[in-house]
Design a protein. Structure first.
Length: 255
């Protein structure tokens, strides 16, 4: 009976393994240790090769590339340090990684969340283990419109893969704010001021705050400022992708 069922599945194409990213069928291959964090059971070899991790010398505060003789912190962060203690980023917001994040956020392809959570897990290797992890929250009105918080979907995958304590209730977005896209860095900061509220439970806790993309860092700054005021002992920021500065972005291909 079981063999007959397998024959029917094979005939109907129901036994195919399809790549989470490109949806093409492929034959998973066992990985030699250490285990590849981009699971061979989820992504085909072509798509695993397209999701390239970042490997550049960057500021430990804002994750932007360092210039000249700068060693650990860029000039901007030396003058105006962010309210977090460390930052970890997996890649630059471009090419296949940008495509995957847009599909997760705007197309609701939640099957991509575990794959991108694997990127976060690898990036987090440089961070001290936290007492809890949480995502940058959305306002209930925004959450109702979209139906899910992509950052929370990422942090759920991170919690499962890294066996980390998840505490989403520690931070809430209490003021609805207009979309950040198209705003200057100053307008983004003004737009977010006073929009988060932290619970008293955060006092003395070591936290990882997770988001999908960091652009100007305004959202992270306001959320971390709120958590610090509430008494968090340390804060590490963990994001899948960092938006490059215009001069760091690749030029458009010739037409």
């Amino acid at each position: 009976m079981r063999d007959t069922l397998r024959q029917y599945q094979r005939a109907l194409g129901l036994d195919e393994v399809r790549c989470t990213f490109c949806l093409r069928p492929f034959a998973p291959q066992p990985l030699a240790p250490p285990m590849d964090f981009l699971s061979a059971e989820k992504l085909c070899p072509h798509c695993r090769a397209r999701l390239v991790p970042r490997n550049i010398r960057s500021c430990r505060c804002c994750a932007l590339p360092l210039e000249g003789t700068q060693t650990h912190i860029c000039g901007r962060c030396a003058v105006d340090p962010p309210p977090w203690d460390a930052v970890a980023v997996w890649g630059l917001y471009r090419a296949a990684l940008r495509d995957a994040l847009l599909r997760l956020k705007f197309d609701g392809e939640l099957t991509l969340a575990p794959v991108l959570a694997g990127c976060l897990l690898q990036a987090s290797a440089c961070l001290p283990r936290p007492d809890a992890i949480l995502a940058v929250p959305q306002h209930p009105r925004h959450l109702c419109d979209r139906g899910f918080n992509q950052a929370h979907e990422l942090v759920r995958g991170l919690q499962k893969q890294g066996d980390l304590p998840l505490r989403p209730e520690l931070l809430q977005k209490v003021r609805h704010t207009p979309a950040q896209a198209g705003l200057t860095a100053q307008d983004r900061a003004r737009n977010l001021r006073g929009s988060f509220a932290a619970r008293p439970d955060v006092r003395g806790m070591r936290l990882w705050l997770v988001d999908d993309v960091m652009t100007t860092g305004s959202t992270m700054r306001e959320a971390c400022r709120c958590l610090k005021v509430a008494g968090a002992s340390s804060l590490c920021v963990l994001v899948v992708a960092r938006t490059p500065r215009p001069e760091d972005a690749p030029s458009a291909p010739p037409v």
